[in-house]
Write a protein that binds this ligand. Structure first.
Ligand SMILES: Nc1ncnc2c1ncn2[C@@H]1O[C@H](COP(=O)(O)OP(=O)(O)OP(=O)(O)O)[C@@H](O)[C@H]1O
Ligand SMILES: [Mg+2]
Length: 407
């Protein structure tokens, strides 16, 4: 799969941009604050319809435009998949709401010119993105890892997106009721309804995560083993807040740092187990006024040679694990969808030592299209630069003849 054309309107600092994108490796070079990351962000947006680093989609609209009038930020991507061309358009619409300076925001997505729901379009265009700040996935709290996993699975499973959204809605409702019950209001019978719904959506999310983590691990382990020249073995450990595996009596916990195999579990088993757990925890959850188990509390850890990288890994080890994960994502998406995702690498090379840089660039040969950014073209081997397109990004403008102008 590859992107043929990208057009942006009022997207962050780009008021207007129209670019034909080649089906190859493309280097975007430019000083700081020129729009390199923004370009990758816009391409990635076409795959998940959410930004990896804006806390709200509103932030994506050019902030120089007046708030008191209708403004549309737009990303249009034309791409080729299975030898046919499709077009995704995202509209980020901000409009005045009432006369008191408030604004309303909404997002519209069109596939081949027809307005669709997001989960009908998700998965049409696949991309893998690697940003320096993604080290957070390994280093920081569990919510980063859940988000990472959810965004990845969303690209291949519209059903997952639906369950995720239903789970989130049900969870809010259930928490609101638990809060009421803790204050001695509310109807206890109603809780059983939310329990049932939460267990149904929750079981789906858990089972999907269990499967995907296993598949990703298989890819990542191999890549990581090569990247570390056989020195380290990477494992992904899913640690659900609710353990669906039956734990034999007397064995309260698994041995430290071993990875449990939950691949044999069925949806029904998880759902039933979760319902039973809700019953058991009812008193405690009412007292606390929140839902204490379920996929929103689950954890995923990266282990290298059985050491938890989040807690004990060096910075370089974290980076290497993440690089292995990203390359694993590429292979995994290809296996799942039959198409290579577009690979987006932001300032990735500057983070890596020479050997890993070479390994990464070698890995790019397979994909249909990769877009790399850098402030420094020297980062790339001259032979590599010679062989690929180099574009210059400056002040919201992309200069595609940069390469020819080089002395
Ligand atoms: N909503 C917005 N409206 C207008 N400009 C914005 C908006 N959001 C961000 N910008 C600006 O866009 C510019 C480009 O940001 P971007 O992160 O794409 O730069 P970059 O080329 O990746 O820089 P660096 O090399 O520092 O990573 C920044 O100056 C930023 O302030
Ligand atoms: Mg940047």
């Amino acid at each position: 799969m590859f992107l043929k054309h990208l057009s942006l309107t009022n997207f962050r600092a780009f008021s207007r941009l129209d670019l034909d994108i080649p089906r190859e490796i493309l280097l975007l070079v430019g000083e700081n604050a020129q729009g390199k990351t923004t370009l990758l962000e816009s391409v990635y947006f076409l795959s998940t319809f959410t930004s990896f680093h804006a806390s709200s989609d509103r932030q994506l609209i050019n902030f120089n435009l007046p708030e008191n009038q209708l403004t549309v930020g737009r990303i249009v991507g034309e791409f080729e998949r299975e030898n046919s061309t499709h077009r995704i358009e995202v509209r980020l619409i901000r409009e005045p709401n009432g006369g008191n300076g408030n604004t309303r925001f909404r997002k519209e997505v069109l596939l081949d010119g027809v307005k669709r729901k997001i989960n009908e379009v998700i998965g049409q265009f696949n991309a893998v993105i690697f940003l320096p700040q993604m080290a957070r996935i390994v280093e920081e709290g569990p919510s980063e890892r859940r988000r990472y996993l959810d965004m990845l699975i969303a690209q291949v499973s519209p059903r997952y997106v639906q369950h995720l959204s239903d789970y989130g809605g049900t969870l809010s409702q259930r928490n609101a009721l638990l809060k009421l019950l803790s204050e001695r209001h509310g109807d206890l019978q109603e809780l059983a309804v939310w329990d049932g719904m939460l267990a149904r959506h929750g079981a789906f999310l858990m089972l999907e995560r269990i499967k995907v983590i296993r598949e990703l691990e298989e890819e990542a382990k191999r890549i990581h083993f090569d990247l570390t020249h056989g020195q380290e073995v990477l494992r992904l450990d899913y640690q659900p807040a609710f353990e669906p595996l039956a734990i034999p009596q007397g064995q309260m916990m698994l041995p430290v740092n071993s990875v449990a195999d939950r691949s044999g579990l069925t949806l029904e088993e998880i759902e039933k187990g979760m319902l039973a757990a809700f019953k058991k925890l009812q008193r405690e959850e009412i007292a606390r006024g929140v839902t204490t188990i379920g996929p929103h509390r689950d954890e995923m850890r990266f282990l290298s040679n059985q050491v938890d990288l989040g807690e004990f890994g060096s910075r370089g080890q974290g980076r290497t694990a993440l690089l292995a994960m990203k390359l694993a994502e590429v292979n995994w998406l290809k296996k799942r969808t039959g198409e290579w995702p577009v690979l987006l690498l932001d300032e990735t090379l500057s983070e890596l030592d020479t050997q890993r840089r070479e390994d990464l660039l070698a890995g790019l040969r397979e994909v249909d299209q990769a877009i790399l950014t850098s402030t420094d073209i020297e980062m790339f081997d001259p032979g590599f630069v010679e062989a690929h397109k180099v574009w210059h990004v400056g002040g919201g403008v992309v200069d595609t003849i940069f390469q020819d102008e080089r002395p």
